[in-house]
Write a protein that binds this ligand. Structure first.
Ligand SMILES: [Zn+2]
Length: 416
């Protein structure tokens, strides 16, 4: 199936990116923005048009649909494919104007709406494999939204291909499209039981051939330094400035290790990222990340120790510490089901690609879903430069991702 595989993924993608689906982390509604529903509803219509009869949207905006098994493959475990429709709140997603650079020859890509924005071969090693491909970018004023509409289009493109090729053997296939991933709420109302897949894959990774089965384990540690405020004119011997307590705490953090800016690969970190400061009370919100969940507790103990040392020098000062669990390394679940990644690697090889893996220095919806009972690693989509004006994807890579989805369904069904 390698050379001949062409899907409608790229064509669909060019339509999907024109929907403004930016999510909003300040919103109290679910989904966080109603405009995401326009694309989600559109997906229901498109799936029904291609004969996916049970495509439906629920009260939270989740779209779920199934491709029934080919006759004789009813016993094959149901496999899910999931992508998110929302785009990052960090960059405008309104009025996205996609530009296709057909048969790209390696020249600088200057974005029409802002000539300052330039995509250069020399700056982006992934572009060197794209000569002769059709590169899709935005116009310079917005992000593109390949994260994650590339994944959405690839799943829909693969579904359409399977619906049109009944000779392709597969078990029951479940499709899921979700809102609000970019604000950490993509699985908040995801009904794993109703989805009904035994295993799933998110299509939200980067480079061709990639399969990601390890993410960070993540907590947020909230340290509240409590001082004592008085009128500064009468403060001698009485005031304890919580801002200075917090500053002393931050100053004691390691300088050349354990931070995002000094670590890579499998190294974890602690990262103070929000400060709410007043003399009376200063809160330091600190991200704690480690590939081992046990490593989170070690880092938290060390941080608590530092904070207590600081307040110990100031009688009357206190620190309150709260740990908020965020997500866990999906590997802790996926290690128990090696066939999920093995089958993905086989499908990637069948599509003519070399499978490769790397630890995700972050989390995906799969990190949460895996612990909600749906083991879910992450597959590549071809999307690059996430959350930026320089986002790009190639039509050929999108076809490869769609091909991997189809091959993966065949592998699970035992088709050679
Ligand atoms: Zn994404």
């Amino acid at each position: 199936m390698t050379d001949a595989f062409i899907s409608t993924a790229a064509r669909r993608f060019l339509r999907y990116v024109t929907f403004d689906t930016q999510s909003d982390d300040q919103s109290d509604t679910y989904p966080s923005t109603a405009k995401q529903l326009a694309l989600l509803n559109r997906l229901v219509d498109e799936l029904k048009e291609m004969g996916v009869a049970d495509a439906a949207i629920d009260q939270h905006g989740y779209v779920m649909a199934s491709i029934p098994p080919t006759p004789g493959k009813e016993h094959v475990p149901a496999i899910g494919f999931i992508a998110h429709v929302d785009t990052s709140p960090e960059m405008s997603g309104a009025g996205v104007r996609p530009v296709v650079h057909r048969n790209w020859n390696g020249e600088d890509i200057v974005f029409p709406d802002d000539p300052e924005v330039v995509l250069r071969l020399a700056d982006d090693p992934h572009l060197s494999e794209q000569i002769g491909h059709d590169i899709i970018t935005a116009s310079g004023a917005t992000l593109l939204g390949a994260d994650n509409k590339a994944g959405v289009a690839e799943i829909v493109g693969a579904a359409e291909y399977m619906m049109g090729h009944p000779e392709i053997l597969h078990g029951r296939i479940r499709l899921g499209f979700t809102p609000d991933e970019e604000i950490g709420a993509g699985t908040k109302h995801f009904d794993v039981e109703r989805f009904g897949a035994k295993y799933a894959y998110t299509l939200d990774g980067e480079t061709l051939g990639q399969i990601e089965s390890e993410s960070f384990s993540a907590d947020t540690m909230v340290l509240r330094f409590l001082g004592r405020n008085t009128h500064p004119g009468f403060a001698k011997g009485r005031m304890i400035n919580a801002i200075k307590l917090a500053a002393a705490f931050i100053e004691r953090l390691p300088k050349d290790s354990l931070s995002p800016e000094t670590t890579e690969g499998y190294e974890g970190y602690v990262h103070p990222y929000v400060l709410e400061a007043s003399v009376d009370r200063t809160v330091v919100r600190t991200l704690v990340r480690d590939f081992r969940t046990a490593g989170l507790a070690e880092k938290q103990r060390a941080l608590a120790e530092l904070a207590r040392e600081v307040v110990a020098g100031h009688p009357g000062a206190r620190v309150e510490i709260e740990v908020l669990e965020y997500y866990r390394n999906m590997r802790e679940v996926l290690d128990g089901h090696p066939e999920i990644a093995d089958n993905a690697r086989e499908a990637i090889r069948r599509a003519g690609l070399e499978p490769h893996s790397r630890p995700i220095r972050g989390g995906t919806d799969g990190s949460r879903l895996s612990f909600m009972g749906l083991p879910t690693p992450n597959l590549f989509t071809g999307e690059h430069n996430f959350h930026s004006r320089l986002e790009w994807v190639s039509a050929q890579d999108m076809d490869k991702a769609a091909e991997v989805i189809v091959e993966l369904c065949r592998v699970w069904a035992g088709a050679s």
